[in-house]
Design a protein around this ligand. Structure first.
Ligand code: GRF
Length: 206
């Protein structure tokens, strides 16, 4: 049974979907803590209702980066975390945390990486960029997290067609539906030991 820490900054629909699968016994894991860079994001309500401890941890709370990193690592270790799931978390994960948990930090991005990712491309900005480019296919990507935004090894993607009359909102809606299929599937596979990062490459075993 894996212990998961979820990092999230906003509404928490991916967290909620994954939590639902855990509660239904479809993913053998427990979410042992939820961490946010924001004081009261809506996602905290979902966690609290499920009795999951929530932490507001912001770099701004600490006099220097080392204290911040040590606090974060302390919380993760206190909750015996095996897997970190980023679900709409808008801050960079500090490098020492990436190094300690390499191969055990997942992120979901609402486009087909390596396209339409990177610093500043989040939320509706991603879908606006997709529509402006004229591509006919977008989607969702789950990847391992490395030291940069959206560049880590890709684990799985689901494609979504871009339709003629799509707006950023209509596209975001269909991509989110894909996210809610893709992310729990990857989390489940990880928890079953079927996905590993070896020499910076993703290895699936079925
Ligand atoms: C999702 O679109 C995800 O791809 C991105 O942030 C959004 C989070 O949505 N990383 P939610 O908070 O899970 O509803």
């Amino acid at each position: 049974m894996k212990n998961i820490a979820v990092f999230a900054s906003g509404r928490g629909s991916n967290f909620s979907t994954i939590l639902g699968k855990i509660q239904a016994g479809e993913i053998a894991a427990r979410v042992t803590c939820l961490i946010s860079d924001r004081a009261q994001p809506p996602v905290f309500d979902i966690a609290r209702e499920a009795g999951i401890p929530t932490y507001w941890i912001s770099r701004k709370h600490f006099a220097n980066p080392d204290d911040y990193v040590n606090f974060l690592l302390g919380v993760l270790s206190q909750h015996a975390v095996d897997l970190i799931v980023l679900a709409g978390y808008l801050k960079m994960i500090p490098i020492p945390v990436v190094q300690k948990y390499r191969g055990a930090i997942l992120n979901i991005h609402p486009a087909l990486l390596p396209n339409f990712g990177g610093h500043g491309l989040y939320g509706s900005k991603v879908h606006e960029a997709v529509l402006a480019s004229g591509v006919k296919t977008t989607g969702a990507t789950v990847h391992f997290v490395d030291e940069h935004y959206d560049t880590g090894p890709i684990i799985k993607q689901e494609q979504v067609a871009v339709l003629e009359h799509d707006t950023p909102e209509s596209l975001a809606h269909r991509v989110l539906e894909a996210e809610h299929r893709l992310y729990p599937e990857v989390v489940r596979a990880f928890c079953e030991g079927k996905i590993k990062l070896i020499d910076h490459k993703v290895q699936w075993s079925l």
